[in-house]
Design a protein around this ligand. Structure first.
Ligand code: NDP
Length: 308
């Protein structure tokens, strides 16, 4: 079986050596050097050009190098073959760490202390205890659950919203549109870890911000398409939202001159909250390929009808 590797951001040389160590003998071709498209039965991809996968007549499996698959599903020619997404311990640990970092940054007043440092002032501030800070997580899947557990271990109060109700000790679970409305009014911080689907696109908008308590902080580590950027700027301007940590943007790289670059209440990172490293994630890809070859159930299969 031949695998096509297609990504303009992931290092093909590293992936090839990691896969070779786990699946010796697997033939891998690196796009755009495809050879005969009819040879290719599996594809390992991140944002392949729309239409590319439809040119592979014998394609039987697509494995996404990313956890989010919205860019693949937006390709109207995407072949109707099983689509497996990235779920790896490394990615999960990284995201939980990013969420903890942002929650701590805002709660423990790091920006204020930096300003005090620059003014040469020794001035202890008085943030409330973590047990009085309510963090709402939108999306209680692989990444949301892990982030919730990390926050709980630091004594934060955690609320979680998902499509279907969840049971996680210590987490107040909400689901569906009514659940969202009930949760938002309580959240001092709101973390978005949703997949980008027709239902979740634009969810972080003026109406949602208005439903949060005054002074809430917003963290978006999911996709830029979740956020209506001008609505956030307006909510920051009015002071209703106290700050935002943003890792993902409508347009990436974030364009020069975008207001987020210089906004004093916005922290920008360049889509690095959780990154798929070949050394940490090749085992997951190898397992998907092996399961496929052996006819076993595929792990982390995308439900195309739900869009994630
Ligand atoms: P999962 O599929 O494991 O979890 C998705 C969660 O969102 C589930 O709890 C699901 O509910 C919930 N959900 C989906 N649709 C809705 C809806 N309409 N209403 C309420 N809840 C909904 O995804 P992951 O946790 O693995 O990843 C989440 C996203 O994080 C990815 O799609 C990707 O976009 C982003 N990401 C960002 C990275 C970065 O570096 N910034 C890195 C990796 C991922 P239910 O449990 O009921 O199905």
């Amino acid at each position: 079986m031949t695998l096509l590797f297609c990504s303009t951001t992931d290092r093909s040389d590293r992936w090839l050596s990691e896969l070779d160590a786990r699946l010796p003998g697997l033939e891998v071709r690196v796009w755009p050097e495809m050879g005969d498209p009819a040879d290719i039965e599996m594809a390992l991809v991140w944002k392949p050009p729309h239409g590319l996968l439809a040119t592979l007549p014998n394609l039987k499996l697509i494995v996404s190098l990313g956890a989010g698959v919205e860019s693949l599903l937006l390709d109207p020619t995407l072949p109707e073959v099983p689509l497996v997404r990235m779920v790896s311990e490394g990615l999960t640990v990284d995201m939980a760490g990013y969420v903890a970092l942002q929650v701590l940054r805002w709660h423990r007043l790091l920006d204020e202390y930096k300003a005090l440092q620059q003014a040469g002032r020794w001035e202890p501030l008085d943030p409330c205890p973590a047990s009085e800070v309510k963090v709402g997580i939108l999306g209680m899947g692989e990444l949301g659950m892990a982030s919730a557990k990390t926050l709980l271990s630091m004594d934060y109060r955690v609320l979680g919203w998902s499509r279907t109700p969840k049971t996680l000790p210590g987490v107040e679970s909400f689901s569906g549109p009514d659940g969202l409305a009930a949760m938002l009014g309580q959240c001092n911080m709101l973390v978005c870890l949703l997949p980008l689907t027709a239902e979740t696109r634009g969810l972080l908008n003026r109406k949602l911000f208005a439903a949060l308590p005054k002074g809430a902080v917003v963290v978006n580590a999911a996709r830029g398409g979740h956020l209506v950027e001008e609505d956030l700027l307006e909510a920051l301007e009015s002071g209703h939202i106290a700050g935002a940590s943003l890792d993902v943007f409508a347009e990436e790289p974030l364009p020069a001159g975008h207001p987020f670059w210089t906004h004093p209440k916005v922290h920008v990172t360049p889509h690095v909250a959780a990154v798929t490293h070949p050394s940490r994630s090749a085992a997951v890809v190898a397992e998907a390929i092996t399961a496929f070859r052996e006819g076993r159930p595929l792990p982390n299969l995308v439900d195309r009808s739900q869009g994630y």
